[in-house]
Design a protein around this ligand. Structure first.
Ligand code: GLC
Ligand code: CA
Length: 525
């Protein structure tokens, strides 16, 4: 997919971005109002967390109407306007597709609950036993009783998320249908209609929630892969530019199954994010990711070898499910992380607020977020009330704003007072100007594979060759460097001297390699 090569995504949690009508909840007009900020920073793609009608028990990952924007965010007309306004600025927008389950309030599910047969009876997975709890020896055999006289339903994630029936890889109970069952094909077709609806309206693709879990009891995910290969084919025939991003966390499986991008790293809700580190406030990477950066980068090489040119690993700064990077890293350390994220081969995703180093706020929760609430707090725009997020009474906000004196804001960042934001802006401009740094550019590790720092690698595209060196640790680091280099961007203290690259803690350098010819020159900020 061509537009993905230089795409850099900005993930927006709609309820926490900007409230324009004073009800304490972010809305679509708020996102539209900030498109210039987003594109001015250097992002050219947006992933929106779900904005559909919902009883909000898992903050909208429990949908009661796939065809309507929830009233608290605006209308479908606002959605259409958002797509159009984004496109005017060269921004692609992808939506969250929650394909594995609905909310119990969804009319599809209420119909399915009824005793008399109807067209939705087998849209969900029902055991005829009224209090069947599932076989606990199976990891995802999770049934809920008490909703229908008809039996117990299989839940997908939380109990309030009845699983849509796309069939089973291995059938074990009499009520289970095999993947190839015509009913399961019909159920898939229903969701394809949902996809078509939003694509026709102007969205550019989807981030697919729990994409690896559509087919049940599918240990090698062969049927799940089949499901997606078929889906990609059908969607692509009608919408050749539409992009599919999976929440699967296994690119070696998801890309061959038809996804253009899959997140690389871990799905763990707490602090297992690839860029974070337990040692709060210190430099990340030193011994995280079960073996540190050396192991992480080797795994990335393997992943790339497995997926070839068919798709890209999605490299993320954070997301609505994990604790923010700032919880583990200083602003300076975050800048090195961002330098890595934005110069590696793959598709970067930056979580709203990470560009200014928003903090994780412990102990806050809304709509089933639990500990994830701390990463979902309102965007911090300026020093006015509620940090410019909303004019509502602070008690009425979706989640509280960061009340600390040093809470970073966009206003200060734009005034040049936030070194992390300045670094991200420079990195985004550099990535835009150099094809070698983009998703498809070649990648060759020169130093650091064994876990020793600094990490140094070459990125190239045609004749253009760039050299990147990073020290994400809290100690100085050096490596041999016999290249003839022209500096493009240096963060912290990084010097090339006497055949060596010498880096102070938390620094990086990006250089043009002698003899290479850049496709275009870096724009002066
Ligand atoms: C995904 C979402 C998460 C949600 C879950 C259930 O992991 O990212 O926020 O709770 O799926 O839909
Ligand atoms: Ca609002």
């Amino acid at each position: 997919m061509k537009w993905l090569n230089d795409a850099v995504f900005y993930e927006i949690y709609p309820q926490s971005f900007l409230d324009t009508n004073g009800d304490g909840i972010g809305d679509i007009p708020g996102i539209i109002a900030r498109l210039d900020y987003i594109s001015g920073t250097g992002f050219n793609a947006i992933w929106l967390n779900p904005w559909f009608e919902s009883p909000f028990r898992d903050a909208e990952y429990d949908i009661s109407d796939f065809y309507s924007v929830a009233k608290r965010y605006g209308t479908n007309e606002d959605a259409r306007r958002l797509f159009a306004e984004a496109h005017k600025r060269g921004i692609h927008v992808i939506l969250d597709l929650v394909i594995c389950h609905t909310a119990p309030e969804h009319p599809w599910f209420t119909a399915s609950c009824r005793l008399e047969r109807n067209e939705r009876s087998d849209l969900f997975i029902w055991s005829p036993m009224l209090s069947y709890r599932g076989d606990r020896t199976e990891p995802d055999d999770y049934y809920i009783s008490g909703w229908s006289p008809k039996g117990s339903y299989k839940a997908s994630f939380f109990a309030v998320q009845p699983a849509v029936n796309y069939g089973f890889g291995k059938v074990r109970h009499p009520w289970e249908m095999p993947y190839s069952h015509p009913q399961c094909r019909k159920n898939r077709a229903l969701m394809l209609e949902v996809m078509r609806f939003w694509l026709r309206m102007g969205c550019d693709g989807f981030r697919v929630d729990m994409a690896g879990s559509v087919v049940k009891r599918d240990p090698e995910q062969k049927y799940t892969q089949k499901f997606w290969r078929e889906t990609r084919k059908e969607i692509e025939a009608e919408f050749p530019e539409a992009v599919l991003v999976s929440e699967w966390f296994n690119p070696a499986r998801s890309i061959p199954a038809g996804f253009h991008v899959d997140f690389y790293g871990s799905s763990s809700f707490r602090n297992d994010n690839w860029m974070t580190h337990e040692n709060k406030g210190k430099i990340p990477f030193t011994d995280h990711y079960a073996g540190g950066l050396g192991k992480w980068i080797q795994d990335l090489e393997k992943t790339r070898a497995a997926i070839g040119k068919k798709g890209f690993p999605g490299l993320f700064s954070g997301n609505h499910d994990v604790w923010r990077m700032r919880h583990y890293s200083s602003l300076q350390a975050m800048a090195v992380n961002m330098a890595l994220l934005l110069t590696l081969p793959g598709c970067p995703f930056i979580y709203y607020g990470d560009e200014i180093g928003m903090k994780y706020l412990p102990g806050v929760s809304a709509e089933g977020s639990d500990s994830r609430g701390g990463s979902r707090t309102p965007m911090q725009w300026n020093r006015t009330g509620n940090l410019g997020f909303s004019t509502a009474d602070p008690q009425k906000l979706y989640l509280p704003v960061d009340s600390s004196d040093d809470a970073p804001t966009v206003e200060e960042a734009l005034a040049g007072k936030n070194p992390l934001y300045t670094a991200i802006k420079q990195l985004l401009a550099l990535r835009k100007a150099h094809k070698a740094l983009q998703a498809q550019g070649e990648f060759r590790i020169e130093h650091g594979r064994a876990g020793r720092f600094p990490l140094a690698y070459e990125r190239s595209c045609g004749k253009e060759r760039l050299w990147v060196v990073l020290n994400p640790t809290d100690r100085p680091a050096e490596c041999v460097c016999k290249h003839d280099l022209k500096p493009l961007l240096v963060g912290g203290e990084c010097r090339i001297h006497n055949g060596k690259a010498l880096l102070a803690p938390a620094s990086y350098g990006i250089y043009l390699l002698e003899g290479s010819s850049p496709k275009n020159k870096i724009r002066k900020e």
